[in-house]
Design a protein around this ligand. Structure first.
Ligand code: AMP
Length: 600
């Protein structure tokens, strides 16, 4: 046997779990029995019961109040809800009690502006306290909130704000100057811009966050919401067309609560760190809502990734449950084991990861370097919460996403003739991953795109668009995406959005965008363009196009690489064949090219 084969065998070996592995009894200690006894109604009754007991708000079901107000009784009011770590300087904390006051003020401030139930609020900021106050305060007000990634350029911001008909934007003065000022005239529905002053003085036509908050009442806002009221709008990307606004309702709290308990194993004394930005669904569901629903303390790092800083945070903040992503883990691995071993992590008891495939090496690296394996789990914007997970008591098959959580029924399906979908009952067969509807966080629509929404379902099955297989032990394995969307550093990027921005450049005639495998980011965005007559391919134009895309889309979305082609391969019906561009780029078989336009 070769050394490589031997290595990969050990990397794929089962990681056995036993009672000696946990410091607290896992919440899902007997998965089979607890799965059989599980009911979403009971989870709802538990959340609602505690809310009624605490505040007597019988008919109300509101993520903001469940997450914050429910945890402000007695001694718990003083417990730290959110601890912010600025890039430099001392941490600052918001207790549950203080968070209650601030989010009430935010909701009442919105009322004063005439902004109410169902109105759309966008939040564009780094991971600073006002972002968290704005998200939770908007929810308390019954408004619909969208946290946007602050690395987005003006174009993705404008596209999303137009789709949502955003009435309010909460942002910082510097982001406003850099990204919003130039698009504001294009956003006729945007009535109020609330600005956190991070320097540079007041700006005409905006409301100063601090002053506005100071003027607002701290009394509980007089708004009530039902489980089916719209709460969050998360944008996600498809292969074609504009981004889709996935609608989530207040009832999603039941899933956030249950999955926080079972997949992340949150216990009352935990210090929890979710490294995702709230601009992506993980950073909202698990960076804001789930830990607060459990009354634990969340660490929020305001700075960008830095390997040593992260290890220091795990150590100094005594993080016990850490939820991160494969790209970050790969970057930590690259920084070397010596750096990791510089600090002890006596409090750390669970590491989980999501967002992209987690290689077996990474799972083992956790075990060998940090003393704990990494627990991969799977979900997506549309599912609203974790669906499949390696829970603490489960033996880990490195490379697998784990098993469906209680209340989740996952199957593998194949698409049969005439649009029918058949469940594949035999193990180890690849097909599309589908979930039986019935969990509360399932999205309730793509905003104004009913047809696109309907296409995601077949009977009572939600079709995820991911290819996977289930093995004989019931573990699920990710195979790939069924469509052309790109996953770069855990961020889902729609090729169409990137192609559209490139086409706005006067030199570009055609653009086709693919995800190119990358050892660190999973995939990077690569664009192929053909030029209009009179333009000449060359390094100067290539750099200009990259700069153009970055300015419009922001660094997180723009292509890292651009190549020129005389013409792009198209189907006879005129669609650019991204699949073929990718196969050619990677030197893979071109597959079925029967629909290829002659000569391409
Ligand atoms: P998003 O909606 O941006 O959260 O992206 C969801 C997509 O990320 C899924 O449909 C998968 O394609 C991918 N994904 C999420 N978690 C995993 C995982 N554990 N392993 C592999 N891919 C994942």
């Amino acid at each position: 046997m070769t050394v490589v084969a031997e290595l990969s065998m050990t990397r794929n070996a089962l990681i056995r779990k036993s009672a000696a592995d946990w410091r607290v009894t896992p919440n899902l200690a007997d998965p089979q029995a607890q799965r059989a006894a599980f009911s979403w109604d009971r989870i709802g009754a538990e959340l609602r019961g505690q809310a009624v007991e605490a505040h007597g708000a019988a008919g109300d079901f509101n993520i903001g109040r469940l997450a914050v107000d429910r945890n402000t009784d007695g001694a718990h009011a003083g417990r730290i809800a959110l601890r912010f770590l600025p890039p430099d300087g001392m941490p600052h904390d918001l207790s549950y009690g203080r968070l209650r006051q601030l989010t009430n003020r935010f909701a009442n401030g919105l009322q004063q502006l005439g902004v109410g139930k169902g109105d759309r609020i966008f939040v564009l900021a780094g991971r600073i306290a006002p972002l968290y106050v704005a998200v939770l305060g908007s929810l308390k007000n019954g408004s619909v909130v969208t946290p946007l990634f602050s690395a987005f350029g003006p174009e993705p911001i404008a596209t999303r704000a137009k789709i949502a008909k955003a009435r309010v934007l909460v942002t910082t003065a510097s982001l406003y100057r850099r990204k919003v000022a130039k698009i504001r005239a294009d956003l006729p529905t945007l009535e109020h811009v609330i600005l956190v002053d991070d320097g540079g003085g007041p700006i005409d036509g905006t409301v100063d966050y601090e002053r506005w908050m100071a003027d607002a009442s701290e009394a509980p806002p007089e708004v009530s919401t039902t489980p089916d009221d719209m709460a969050l709008l998360h944008f996600t990307s498809g292969t074609t067309g504009t981004p889709k606004g996935a609608i989530h309702v207040h009832d999603a709290a039941r899933t956030h609560y249950a999955t926080g308990r079972y997949a992340l194993d949150l216990h009352p004394q935990d210090i929890f760190w979710c490294t995702a930005d709230p601009g992506w669904v993980t950073g909202t569901s698990y960076g804001i809502i789930a830990p607060l629903l459990h009354g634990v303390t969340s660490i929020i790092d305001e700075a960008d990734f830095d390997a040593e800083r992260w290890y220091r945070i795990l150590h100094e903040q005594q993080v016990s449950v850490w939820y991160t992503a494969p790209t970050a883990i790969r970057m930590l691995m690259k920084a070397g084991p010596e750096l990791a071993r510089k600090y002890p992590y006596p409090d750390l008891r669970l590491i989980a990861s999501v967002g992209e495939p987690l290689n077996p090496e990474a799972v083992w690296w956790g075990k060998e370097v940090l003393g704990l394996p990494i627990h991969d789990n799977w979900w997506q914007t549309e599912t609203g919460g974790i669906m499949i997970a390696n829970i603490p008591v489960l033996d880990i098959k490195p490379g697998s996403m784990g098993k469906p959580l209680p209340g989740v029924d996952a199957v593998i399906v194949r698409h049969a003739e005439q649009g029918a979908v058949e469940v594949i009952d035999v193990p180890d067969v690849e097909g599309e991953l589908a979930l039986r509807t019935g969990w509360p966080a399932l999205f309730r629509g793509y905003l104004d795109q009913d047809e696109r929404y309907r296409k995601c379902f077949s009977g009572d099955l939600y079709l995820t668009g991911d290819l996977a297989r289930r093995d004989a032990d019931g573990y699920f394995w990710f195979v790939g995406r069924a469509d052309d969307v790109i996953k770069s550093s855990g961020h889902l990027i729609g090729p169409f959005e990137v192609e559209s921005a490139l086409l706005e450049h006067p030199a570009v005639a055609e653009a086709g965008v693919i995800g190119k495998p990358d050892p660190m980011a999973g995939e990077i965005v690569k664009a192929f363009v053909s030029l209009k007559p009179c333009f000449e391919a060359g390094e100067a134009l290539r750099l200009e196009l990259i700069g153009h895309a970055r300015k419009r889309l922001g660094a997180a979305v723009a292509p890292k690489d651009i190549a020129f082609l005389a013409a792009l391969p198209r189907t006879r019906s005129g669609k650019i064949m991204r699949r073929l561009l990718k196969a050619r780029e990677l030197g893979l078989p071109e597959g079925d090219t029967s629909t290829l336009e002659a000569g391409a």
